[in-house]
Design a binder for this molecule. Structure first.
Ligand SMILES: *[C@@H]1O[C@H](CO)[C@@H](O)[C@H](O)[C@H]1NC(C)=O
Ligand SMILES: *[C@@H]1O[C@H](CO)[C@@H](O)[C@H](O)[C@H]1NC(C)=O
Ligand SMILES: *[C@@H]1O[C@H](CO)[C@@H](O)[C@H](O)[C@H]1NC(C)=O
Ligand SMILES: *[C@@H]1O[C@H](CO)[C@@H](O)[C@H](O)[C@H]1NC(C)=O
Ligand SMILES: *[C@@H]1O[C@H](CO)[C@@H](O)[C@H](O)[C@H]1NC(C)=O
Ligand SMILES: CC(=O)N[C@H]1CO[C@H](CO)[C@@H](O)[C@@H]1O
Length: 402
């Protein structure tokens, strides 16, 4: 009797487990990439496993989670293609490694490409390691002026109502993250790391996107920590720490035709340390017409920053432009408020606007920057702009106008 009961119990338990697993699949639930054949040894190619897990999750009619558990995953270029039937959470706990061989990326603009997805979440404290050191040594965009030949670590294209949080992006071959044609996306508590000497490893680049919030992100890299390209609108950047790196930039703008306006950018409570620039707006000379307006930079701490505040409408790296013809990008309604700390150079503030379209309505208030070099005191220069000044200003606004 006892053994027969046990058998019944066992069968009932099996049935229950079976039913639960069916229900779990029906509810989307977890898609652990190890169940899709990922080896997680850092050597075997786990691309197909990740791709199949994505396809399964994206097909699920209920919200689902793809789990990338602890371990090392060698994964080649991969597109996480939407649209999906329900929200998908990609939860990364492990360390995802990119191939170092550049030939593998020939036809790809990114390593991990998320495309055309609504309600995506990328979360977990895992890392995406671009293993870029070989690529940096082969980067020749200073010579050619084009830098599009290397892959971006994480490319988000046409993503809406989504969150990217807690992950780390390391040693990207080019930009770490590119946010293109996205709407209502929050990036929070992210860590970005690449060496100071690594070329074009911008932290987060945004273009043609609106309602993007970046908060609590810590960036140490070789180029701009955050850069905002044309069509960036309603962008909030808060609680970001940056440095080393090239600072937080709007632009460069005016290199191409048909650029969309940059409108409504707030950079607040950010700390920049030993960066090449603090906060800046840069536009190319000899440009088509364009617009950058409603840009607010406030409560920013500078530690040993070279050129803390900069508007540069004569931006011309690699001497790849006709600097004689002024920029036609119109910059207006810009404020720099409550900026404090130390400058690494004498000329801490430079507001160089276009001769043909001077900047309009630039406000500077409560600037308290110290410079300790022998060639001091600290100073500011202005061209083609008459900023309105409020509060205490060190350096005084537009010293060259006095
Ligand atoms: C914006 O995205 C968040 C998810 O991050 C979502 O909860 C919210 O509803 C979205 N807002 C709108 C207006 O769709
Ligand atoms: C983004 O930031 C702005 C300003 O802080 C805030 O009003 C808005 O609700 C934020 N959006 C999301 C989706 O968190
Ligand atoms: C910035 O950090 C402060 C303190 O941690 C927090 O109260 C605030 O909500 C943060 N801002 C955003 C936009 O997350
Ligand atoms: C400013 O940001 C820092 C993190 O960089 C945070 O610790 C601090 O609480 C924030 N302050 C406010 C007022 O949001
Ligand atoms: C100041 O920043 C420069 C880089 O611009 C760096 O080389 C130098 O070590 C920094 N000094 C301090 C005291 O942090
Ligand atoms: C709100 C505000 O200050 N708007 C100003 C933006 O700049 C233009 C000039 O380009 C002014 O006319 C607006 O008053």
């Amino acid at each position: 009797m006892v053994s027969k009961n046990n058998r019944l119990m066992a069968e009932a338990t099996c049935l229950l487990i079976f039913l639960f697993s069916v229900i779990r699949i029906a509810h989307g639930a977890d898609f652990n990439i190890k169940n899709f054949g990922a080896k997680a040894n850092g050597k075997s190619d786990d691309t197909q496993a990740m791709s199949n897990a994505w396809k399964a999750a994206c097909m699920s009619t209920d919200p689902s989670t793809i789990l990338i558990p602890n371990g090392k995953y060698m994964v080649g270029p991969l597109t996480f293609q939407g649209p999906c039937k329900a929200p998908v959470n990609v939860q990364v706990q492990g360390n995802v490694l990119a191939p170092t061989d550049l030939n593998i990326f020939k036809s790809q603009n990114g390593w991990m490409v998320f495309q055309n997805i609504d309600r995506l979440m990328v979360s977990g404290t895992g890392t995406f390691d671009g293993q870029g050191s070989l690529a940096w040594s082969q980067n020749n965009c200073a010579k050619t002026g084009t830098c599009n030949s290397l892959p971006i670590n994480l490319a988000f294209t046409s993503i809406t109502n989504s969150k990217i949080q807690d992950i780390s992006s390391l040693n990207s071959k080019l930009f770490h993250m590119n946010i293109l044609n996205c709407k209502n996306v929050t990036l929070q508590h992210i860590i970005i790391r690449a060496p100071e000497e690594s070329l074009n490893t911008d932290g987060i680049h945004i273009g043609r996107s609106s309602r993007i919030n970046i908060t609590g992100v810590d960036i140490k890299t070789g180029d701009d920590c955050v850069s905002l390209g044309d069509g960036s609108q309603q962008i909030n950047i808060e609680n970001v720490t940056c440095g080393p790196g090239h600072g937080i930039s709007v632009g460069s703008l005016g290199k191409y035709h048909d650029e969309q306006p940059v409108m409504g950018v707030t950079v607040r409570n950010c700390t920049l340390t030993s960066t090449m620039f603090g906060v800046r707006v840069k536009t190319w000379p000899n440009s088509p017409s364009g617009v950058a307006s409603y840009l607010d930079f406030e409560d920013i701490v500078m530690n040993n920053v070279s050129t803390c505040l900069l508007i540069d409408q004569e931006y011309c790296p690699y001497a790849q432009c006709n600097a004689e013809v002024p920029s036609r990008v119109k910059i207006s309604n810009v404020s720099f408020k409550n900026i404090r700390g130390t400058s690494a150079t004498k000329q801490a503030v430079k507001i160089i606007c276009s001769r043909s379209i001077p900047c309009q309505n630039v406000q500077i208030s409560d600037i308290s920057l110290q410079y300790n070099g022998k060639d001091g005191p600290i100073t500011s220069v202005c061209k083609n702009v008459k900023p309105s000044a409020f509060g205490k200003l060190n350096p005084p606004a537009c010293a060259n106008y006095n």
